[in-house]
Design a protein around this ligand. Sequence first.
Ligand code: NAG
Ligand code: NAG
Length: 350
Amino acid sequence: MNIWICILSLSYIQFVDAKAHCQQQYVSVSLPTSELTKLYEIATWFCYKEGTTNFNNKIVHLTIHGLTYDHTYWNFPCESSTYSYTDYVINKSNGNIVVLNFDRIGIGRSSHPPAYDVTIDLNADVVYQLTEKLHNGQFQDTKFDNIILVGHSLGTLISWTTASSDSGYNRFVNGLISTGWLHKNNPIGGMGIISSMYPVQLDPKLRQQNLPLGYLTTNPSWPRQTLFYNMNDADIGIVQQDEQLKETGTLGELRTCEAANNPLVTLKIPKAIPILLVIGQNDQCFCNVTLACDNSLIIQEREQQNFISSTETYVLQQAGHSINLHLNSHDWYQIASDWTQKYFRIKQEL
Ligand SMILES: *[C@@H]1O[C@H](CO)[C@@H](O)[C@H](O)[C@H]1NC(C)=O
Ligand SMILES: *[C@@H]1O[C@H](CO)[C@@H](O)[C@H](O)[C@H]1NC(C)=O
C-alpha cells in the first residue's frame, strides 16, 4: 500500500512541489590506486533552484553519503517533499544554497577500483578534488568560495579527514555539517552493522553487477530497518525503498575507519571551519542507555574536546541512524539551513 502511494507521488509531486533542478555530470579524478589506470569517473549531480542563471556568491553544500547508500540518501526519490534534503535547503534558502551531490568512489554510477584501495583516505581525496573543481569553476562556470561538506555516517568521517590539516585536502573547505557520526560508538550497534554485511557476490540485488571482490552490502536477512531506523519515527514504505536502493561498502573502508576516527584528526580541523553536529536520538550505532544522545547539550559535552573550532550540536528527536529518512527529517533540515545562514550570510553579502 505504502509502496503504491510512493510510486504515485513520484510522478505527481514533480508538478506541484518546489523541486530543485539537478544536472548530472561525470567528472574525472586522479587517484593513487594499485591499478595502472589512475583516472576514475565520479557521477555528480549539481542541484539548484530552477531558473537560476547567476551562481556567484552561492553557498555549496557538498553532500557525502554513508556506507551502503548512494547520492539518493540526500535527494530521496520517493516522497521527496518530506525526505529530500536537497529540495529542502535549496527551497528554504530561496536558491542561495546549491547542492553538489555524488556517488562516492566505488558506489553506483561512479568507478569501482579494487576494494582494498577504496579507503577513507581515497574517499577524502575524491572530496578534495570535487572542492577544487568547484573552486576552479568546473561547475556552472562559477568559482565557488563558500563550500560546506555535509556528511552522513561514513560520509562524515570522510569529511573530517578532508577538513583536517594533516591531509592537505582542506584548502577549499569552509564549513562542516556532520551527521550520523560521533567519536564514541555503541559497540553493540556498530557490531550489528559489521555483522550484517556480506559479499555482493551473494546478494540477489547486486550480484549481476560484476563488482570486484571485497565489495560488501547489507544482508537482506538482517534488514536495514533494524540497523538504520527507529520505526516509531519512520514509514515502512520508505524503509522498503531504502532496501531496494541499497548500495555497497568496501573492505578498504572498514579497515581504515578506526584510524580516521582518532580525535587527533578532528583536532587538526582549523578553527576557521565551523561545525554543526547532528545525531538521531535513537541512533543505535552511537547511543545506548549509558551513552546517551538525548539532547544537544549531552552531544556538546561528548564531542567538544575533539574540536578546536566552533561546534554547534542538534539532536533529531526519536530518529534512528539514517536521520534523513525519518518522519521529522525537516526539523534538522531547518537547523542546517539556519546554521548555514548564520555562518555564511555575511560572507555572501561582501
Ligand atoms: C518553499 O519555500 C516557500 C517560501 O519559503 C514555502 O512557502 C514553501 O512551503 C516551500 N516549499 C517546500 C516544499 O518546502
Ligand atoms: C554503551 O556504550 C558504552 C561505550 O561504548 C559501553 O561502555 C557500555 O557498556 C554500553 N552500555 C550498554 C548498556 O550497552
